[in-house]
Design a protein around this ligand. Structure first.
Ligand code: IPE
Ligand code: IPE
Ligand code: MG
Length: 236
């Protein structure tokens, strides 16, 4: 069967999941981490080649500081705990976003694991951290403009590969399947350029409840879609 090569997930609904249970939002984030572990394993079993998870947006810096601190602490703990499993499963860790703005400890753990898994040949797991799609495009335009000004890039041979090469995702293919949990049907400044032709899948399930079966459902739904890329059915 046709498995999507690149799956991206907007992991949403941790806070509401917890609030429904009369618990603080942080409780939801803790349980969200469990879903991350399950889904990484499941995607790997499906032989998905690229899995990209939206873990923290540029806009999320605007949340109350104790929530931001909890998320950063959970991130450090998870990176430390999961390191062995990533190695054992031949998974390569990658990150996209404004990594410089992350606390030192997060950057340290992230950098260490990215470096230690760089020769792994299995699934590439990308964490979007302090990520914003518009900011990414802005950064690319700025860098390209500099290079045009300095005659490093010639406008006559300008094509979309030059834009790709200046995005955080330069080593990743376009997204095939984009999943968002929690019932919201929006992109929230996640991958913009990269989802141009992605199949979109929205589910009401909150992220901490998102199970292996839910992931399988999304893949099955993807397999039913006809990706025409502008052509007619007959031409495919
Ligand atoms: C997703 O869950 C996790 C992050 C954005 C970091 P939320 O924290 O957005 O949960 P809701 O959407 O408020 O329920
Ligand atoms: C998007 O979720 C960001 C992540 C999942 C990390 P949000 O909960 O921040 O999105 P909005 O604000 O509801 O659009
Ligand atoms: Mg949310």
């Amino acid at each position: 069967m046709n498995t999507p090569n690149h799956v991206a997930i907007i992991m949403d609904g941790n806070g509401r999941w917890a609030e429904q249970k009369g618990m603080p939002r942080e409780f939801g984030h803790q349980h969200g981490v469990r879903s991350v572990k399950k889904i990484v394993e499941e995607a790997n079993k499906f032989k998905v080649k690229y899995l990209t998870l939206f873990a923290f947006s540029v806009e999320n810096w605007g949340r109350p500081s104790y929530e931001v601190e909890t998320l950063m602490r959970l991130l450090v703990e998870t990176l430390k705990d999961e390191f062995e499993d990533l190695i054992n499963n031949n998974i390569k860790l990658n990150s996209i976003g404004d990594v410089k703005s992350l606390p030192n400890e997060v950057r340290y753990e992230l950098g260490k694991i990215i470096n230690n898994t760089k020769d792994n040949t299995g699934m590439t797991l990308t964490l979007a951290l302090s990520y914003g799609g518009k900011q990414e495009i802005f950064k690319a335009v700025k860098e390209i403009s500099e290079k045009v000004k300095n005659e490093i890039i010639n406008l006559d041979n300008f094509d979309d590969s030059i834009i790709n090469d200046h995005l955080y995702t330069k080593n990743l293919p376009d997204v095939d399947l984009l999943i968002r949990t929690s019932g919201e049907q929006r992109i929230s400044n996640f991958l913009l350029w990269q989802i141009a032709y992605a199949e979109l899948y929205f589910t009401e399930t909150y992220w901490p409840d998102f199970s292996e079966e839910d992931f399988t459902d999304a893949i099955i739904e993807y397999q039913k879609r006809e990706r025409r890329f502008g052509k007619t059915s007959k031409q495919l």
